[in-house]
Design a protein around this ligand. Structure first.
Ligand code: AP5
Length: 280
């Protein structure tokens, strides 16, 4: 039997990566002061609210997959108010659309992601460029998972320089590989609001249910052992060189990622405060 043709797409966005606001609402994203709709759905979906910032910070988070960047971005958002902008979250939000709803470029990107490989720079940089308004937001930002290659870092620098926006710091989280693998293997994510848990270290109150929205928790496809290996190799090859890139720019802040998530967040806040005092 021939495949049924896809129904016409009724999108509100531009280019290849825009999601439909309605889809995200159906998908169950709970409203919160942390409105990332322009980031997650694309620039045609303006945010309902600009986060209130306590201290304006524009941060890039670096570190291997599973080191805890997403967890820290969420905690830092709660302390600083800056918006948590994750490229991985944009891909995962698109991955929850039906095949018909996904653009060819996004299907291609999701294939790379499933295998644990990096999505090509051209696709990622275009996706971020489309969302460059988020980099201007007076709420400031915490970039998680971007940039991930030297090409992406140079492209981000060009974008920010061109717009007169300055990064506050690039925070690099460091942890032994054995601990990283344990964090990834136990990770569970809420299918609705994307909150991240760990089966033992940051367990939900009710097994397999999200504390925030009662959504079902799932294990990410790229957290299978074979994808974890590919991701760690891609990190060593492509992302680790960014440490030198940001050190040379005088932006690097190094944080040891051992201990509880709250302890690491406190360590980050005090390192940023010291840096702010020194550069004042
Ligand atoms: P992305 O979503 O960015 O994934 P990642 O960088 O691989 O990072 P993870 O989300 O796996 O880990 P994390 O460091 O955020 O750790 P988390 O906080 O979840 O990217 C996914 C894929 O998308 C890529 O592989 C690639 O294909 C593609 N992609 C995205 N951006 C791209 C780009 N710019 N270029 C090219 N391709 C791109 O924590 C992990 C676990 O540890 C959780 O269970 C958590 O609860 C637990 N945990 C956290 N902190 C602690 C702690 N202190 N103690 C104990 N457990 C902890």
């Amino acid at each position: 039997m021939a495949d049924k043709p896809c129904p016409p797409r009724s999108r509100i966005g531009v280019a290849n990566f825009t999601l439909d606001r309605a889809v995200v609402v159906i998908d169950g994203m709970t409203p919160s002061p942390h409105d990332r709709s322009a980031w997650l759905q694309g620039p045609a979906s303006p945010c309902d609210s600009v986060p209130r910032v306590n201290q304006p910070r524009r941060l890039v988070l670096l570190g291997a997959p599973g080191v805890g960047k997403g967890t820290q971005a969420d905690l830092l958002h709660r302390v600083l108010g800056a918006c948590h902008l994750s490229t991985g979250d944009v891909f995962r939000a698109a991955g929850s659309l039906s095949e018909c709803e996904q653009s060819p470029a996004m299907k291609q990107a999701l294939g790379y992601m499933r295998r644990g490989e990096l999505v090509p720079d051209a696709i990622v940089c275009e996706m971020v460029r489309e969302r460059s308004e988020c980099l201007h937001c007076r709420g400031c930002f915490i970039l998680d998972g971007f940039p991930r290659t030297l090409g992406q870092a140079e492209s981000l620098k060009e974008l920010l320089d061109g717009e007169g926006v300055m990064l506050t710091a690039a925070v690099n989280y460091d942890l032994a590989t054995s601990e990283i693998v344990a964090r990834l293997a136990g990770r569970r994510t809420c299918e609705k609001c994307r909150t991240v848990y760990h089966v033992t270290e940051r367990a939900p109150k009710v097994a397999d249910r999200c504390d925030r929205c009662d959504g079902k928790l799932f294990q990410r496809e790229d957290d299978r052992p074979e994808s974890i290996r590919v991701r760690l190799e891609a990190y060593d090859r492509s992302t680790a060189p960014l440490i030198k890139f940001y050190r040379d720019l005088g932006l690097l802040v190094h944080i040891t990622a051992t201990g509880s998530a709250d302890e690491i967040c406190a360590r980050t806040i005090s390192a940023l405060a010291v840096r702010a005092i020194r550069s004042a």
